[in-house]
Design a binder for this molecule. Sequence first.
Ligand SMILES: NC(=O)c1ccc[n+]([C@@H]2O[C@H](COP(=O)([O-])OP(=O)(O)OC[C@H]3O[C@@H](n4cnc5c(N)ncnc54)[C@H](O)[C@@H]3O)[C@@H](O)[C@H]2O)c1
Length: 398
Amino acid sequence: MNKIALLGTGLIGTFYTMSLLGQRRKDKIHVVCSVPEDSAREFAQKWNIPKYTSSMKEAIEDPEIDIVVVGLPNFLHKEAILMACKAKKSILCTKPLALNASEAKEILDAVEDAGLFNGYLEDLVYTPKTLKAIELVNGGALGRILWTRSREAHPGPHSAWFWDKKLSGGGALVDMGCHCIEIGRNFVGKDIKPVEVMCWAETQVKPIEAEDHAIALIKYESGAISQVEVSWNFRGGMDLRDEVSGTEGTIRLDHWLRTGFEVFTTGKTDNYVAEKAESDNGWLFPVGDEVHSLGYPDMFTDMLDSFDQGKKPRETFYDGYVVNAIMDACYKSAETRKWEPVELSDWRGKEGVSANVDLIDFDDLHFLIKREKMPDGNTKLMLKEKSTGKIIQKIITL
Ligand SMILES: NC(=O)c1ccc[n+]([C@@H]2O[C@H](COP(=O)([O-])OP(=O)(O)OC[C@H]3O[C@@H](n4cnc5c(N)ncnc54)[C@H](O)[C@@H]3O)[C@@H](O)[C@H]2O)c1
């Protein structure tokens, strides 16, 4: 059993607590920290947590604590993590790891220099559907990965600090693009280098300095491309979707709005429907087990099992650093309106991966481009002559 200090009792602190203390878990939250202190006290009472405080230092330095979980606003991640490093405590941090890549690198160096266990709490790569999809991709079911698309869009976040670029590091891209980028990396292969990005980011609706809508393309050394779509202007709930496509197949995932669970109600009761649901009447799309659907319990199982076994979890601070570096390149591209390189002073994956097209032999004289069964029952083949490069078609009759 590990004893945890949970910093932050807002939306993510609540989801983390539901996951850590739900379903007969063996680890315990020993102390919670939030401001004002009353909020920490109320949270501790509600969840039966022995200690509460409004002092990060006090929570982190509590001698009984094995692990610090950072669920604080983005601008406090670095301060909390450096404090945990000083206290030699293992650390799990929510997304995004930092406000930008240079801050993320500072954090990464600090935990690694101190030799501390670290986990990047990127829950959306742990959803049951995503874990299964990653397993299929890794098993080769889709062949060579060519394209991924990850979309997260909702009507905007629930606390003031998110909307202030100085406190959050950016808008919808930092808030949700970090998820989409890391989902793409998991499908493309985390050892494949992200090379350059093209990004459009705009403030379309909200009276803020940060972008409330962005679309980015991330090119990988393997030739794969990841498409990231984020918005704080989307109406109708939370749109969470992923797609992956490869030479041998395709996967489509819908995590939130269309999961096969649809309810109609006139809305006479005041029920919570699902995160970021905008309505509680008419046709609704509740989510059966919200924390599982968002990946939190599987994420903490991996994190805490890895901690117990002295190994690295699936997502570490290094991944958080790579994500921050990709987001920095996105912001640069949105400004210059050009493809911008991803600057990774510390790259730990493969180098020189080929983006060459795999040629499929049809026979000694031809490469196969495509085969299609036609409505008349015949099969059409698109072939390329090896000697001349000419493209021809061949019909195989029934
Ligand atoms: N899916 C996810 O992984 C996910 C979802 C939501 C939020 N997040 C991340 O979690 C972090 C927190 O977001 P949130 O939605 O819970 O925010 P929130 O505004 O709901 O909660 C923030 C919490 O931090 C506490 N806090 C603020 N300043 C503090 C201080 N100086 N000392 C101690 N406590 C302090 C507040 O009291 C509050 O409990 C952010 O980094 C956000 O990006 C992750």
